[in-house]
Design a protein around this ligand. Structure first.
Ligand code: ADP
Length: 470
C-alpha cells in the first residue's frame, strides 16, 4: 500500500507510486494510468489532471489502470512523461491533484536542429487538445485514428516533405518543447488556446536533452529489455548495490540477433533510460576509415566514456573489430583485438562504464573476448513473432493518420519473418504511397500546404498493400 505522504498542502494529499512503462496504445497521449482507488485518494476524477513530482515536476491526465494492474501501487507512463519528470522505470514519484488553468497561450519549438514544422497552429492546437503542459515539458504528436473528433491531425505527413521522417530512428512522431505558457504553471490546451510555433529549435542544456529512443519505441523484445535493465541499467544507476553485495557488475554485454531486430536501438534506449553518456563505435568503419589509426580511435572513445561516466560504449558489428585471432592475417587487426581486450580489463576499476557489443555472428568472435570480466553476458534478440510484429506496427504507425480500414492485426499476421527494420520500412512506404495520391493537388512552390489538403491525408489499407508488393 502506498503511503499518503503529505496532507493539507495547497494541492491536497499526495501519494507515492512506482513508475512503470506505458502500454503501446497509451504512448504519446499525455496520460498516466493509476488504480482508481489511489486516484480517489488524491481527490481527482478520471481524466483529471495530476501533478507528478520526480526530479522535475510535470503533469498528465490520470486514467484508470487496466484490470491486470488492479491493486498495484504503480503509475504507468510513457518515456516522454518519464523524461519530463526526470525519472525512470522503477523509481518512485509523488502524485497529487494538480492546480491547473486553461491555457491562453502556449509557445512550442522543435527540439531538433534543422527540423522545421510548418503545420498551422490550428492543426497543432487540435492535435494537442486537452493535453496539459508547463514550461520546459516535451510534447509529441501521437498516433491517432482519423475520426470526426480529431479532424486535423495530419502534421506528421506534412513533415515528411521536410525529411523529418528519418528523425528519431524513423519514428513518425514529432517532439517539441514548451517554451512558454500563459498563464504560467500547469495549463491545459483547450479550444481557447492560441498555439504559437517558433521556427527555431531550442538549445537544450545537456542534462535536459530529449530522449530520442525509449523502451516503448521497441516492440516484441520484452524479455531482452528486462535483461538489459537488470544487467546494464541497474549497475549504472546503483553501483552501490553491487558494492554492498561484493559482486562485480557486468563490464561487457553482448547483444546478438539478426540485423534489424533492434540491437542498436536497445543500446541507445538503455543509455537514455539510465541517463548515461553514450558513445558508439562502428566496427567496420573504425577498421577501414581509420585504418592505421583504429587503436588510437578506440582508446580515445574509451577515455571519453570514462570521463563522462556513467557511460555506455556501444561497439556495433563487434565481429569486425574482434574476429578470432587465429583467422586474422593483418598485424593491425591483431593489435586492435589485443587493445580492445586490455581496455576492457582496464575498465575493472570503473564501476559505471559498460560496453555493449552487437553482432549477428557471435561464433565469429575471438574467444578471449568472452572470458569472465569481458563480454561474459549475452542477450539474444529474436525475429519477432506475430504479437511482437503487432507491437512494432503500432510503434511505427504512431504518428500516422491511419484510415479506419487499416487493421494492424492482419498486417502482423501477414508479415511472417519480418524484423523491426522491415516493418519500419513497410510503414514508411505505405505513408509515401498515401502521399503520392495527393501530390497532384499540391503546389510544392507554396510554402504552406493548405490545411484542406492535409486533412485529406490518410494512410489506407490499400497503401499498405501497395507497400507490401514492392
Ligand atoms: P540492429 O542494430 O539490430 O541491426 P537497429 O536497432 O539498427 O537494428 O534497427 C533498425 C531500425 O529498425 C530501427 O531504427 C527501427 O526503426 C526498426 N526496428 C528494429 N527493431 C525494432 C523493434 N524491435 N521495434 C521497433 N522498431 C524496430
Amino acid at each position: 500500500m502506498p503511503t499518503i505522504v503529505e496532507k493539507g498542502n495547497s494541492n491536497g494529499d499526495s501519494i507515492k507510486l512506482k513508475v512503470a512503462e506505458a502500454t503501446q496504445e497509451d504512448v504519446g497521449k499525455g496520460i498516466v494510468r493509476i488504480d482508481p482507488v489511489y486516484r480517489e485518494k488524491i481527490g481527482i476524477e478520471e481524466y483529471g489532471v495530476v501533478e507528478i513530482e520526480g526530479d522535475r515536476t510535470t503533469s498528465a491526465l490520470a486514467i484508470n489502470t487496466n484490470p491486470a494492474d488492479s491493486g498495484l501501487d504503480i503509475i504507468r507512463m510513457d518515456g516522454l512523461i518519464r523524461a519530463n519528470a526526470k525519472i525512470s522505470i522503477g523509481d518512485y514519484v509523488e502524485v497529487r491533484k494538480a492546480d491547473w488553468k486553461e491555457a491562453i497561450n502556449v509557445s512550442l519549438a522543435p527540439v531538433s536542429k534543422g527540423m522545421h514544422i510548418s503545420a498551422s497552429s490550428n492543426i497543432l492546437a487540435s492535435v494537442f487538445r486537452n493535453r496539459t503542459v508547463s514550461k520546459g515539458d516535451f510534447i509529441s504528436t501521437t498516433h491517432f485514428k482519423r475520426s470526426k473528433e480529431s479532424p486535423a491531425r495530419s502534421m506528421m505527413l506534412e513533415d515528411m516533405f521536410s525529411d523529418i521522417f528519418d528523425l528519431s530512428f524513423g519514428l513518425g512522431e514529432i517532439k517539441m518543447q514548451v517554451v512558454s505558457t500563459s498563464p504560467k504553471g500547469i495549463v491545459k490546451i483547450t479550444e481557447i488556446t492560441e498555439l504559437q510555433l517558433l521556427p527555431e529549435a531550442v538549445e537544450l542544456p545537456p542534462e535536459q536533452s530529449i530522449p530520442t529512443v525509449m523502451y516503448e519505441d521497441l516492440g516484441g523484445i520484452k524479455p531482452a529489455i528486462s535483461k538489459v535493465r537488470e544487467m546494464i541499467e541497474l549497475p549504472l544507476k546503483h553501483p552501490e548495490l553491487f558494492d554492498r553485495l561484493g559482486i562485480e557488475p557486468p563490464r561487457g554485454v553482448l547483444l546478438h540477433g539478426p540485423p534489424g531486430t533492434g540491437k542498436t536501438m536497445l543500446a541507445r534506449a538503455v543509455a537514455n533510460e539510465s541517463d548515461a553518456y553514450f558513445v558508439s563505435i562502428n566496427g567496420p568503419e573504425i577498421m577501414s576509415k581509420y585504418y592505421g589509426e583504429s587503436e588510437h580511435q578506440i582508446r580515445e572513445i574509451f577515455d571519453d566514456a570514462e570521463k563522462n561516466a556513467p557511460a555506455i560504449i556501444f561497439l556495433d558489428e563487434i565481429d569486425s573489430i574482434a574476429p578470432k585471432r587465429a583467422e586474422v592475417t593483418g598485424e593491425v587487426e591483431r593489435r586492435v583485438v589485443s587493445q580492445l581486450l586490455s581496455l576492457m580489463d582496464g575498465l575493472k576499476e570503473r564501476k559505471n562504464v559498460i560496453v555493449i557489443g552487437a553482432t549477428n555472428r557471435p561464433e565469429a568472435l575471438d574467444m578471449a573476448l568472452r572470458r569472465p570480466g569481458r563480454f561474459d553476458r549475452e542477450i539474444v534478440l529474436h525475429v519477432p513473432d506475430q504479437d511482437g510484429r503487432l507491437e512494432i506496427f503500432q510503434i511505427h504507425t504512431r504518428g500516422m493518420p491511419l484510415a479506419d480500414d487499416v487493421d494492424l492485426k492482419t498486417l502482423a499476421e501477414t508479415t511472417y519473418g519480418f524484423v523491426g527494420a522491415d516493418i519500419a520500412a513497410l510503414c514508411r512506404e505505405a505513408a509515401m504511397s498515401s502521399l503520392r495520391k495527393i501530390l497532384p493537388q499540391i503546389n510544392l512552390e507554396e510554402e504552406h500546404i493548405p490545411a484542406e489538403i492535409l486533412e485529406k491525408l490518410s494512410v489506407t489499407s490499400e497503401d499498405f498493400k501497395l507497400a507490401q508488393k514492392d
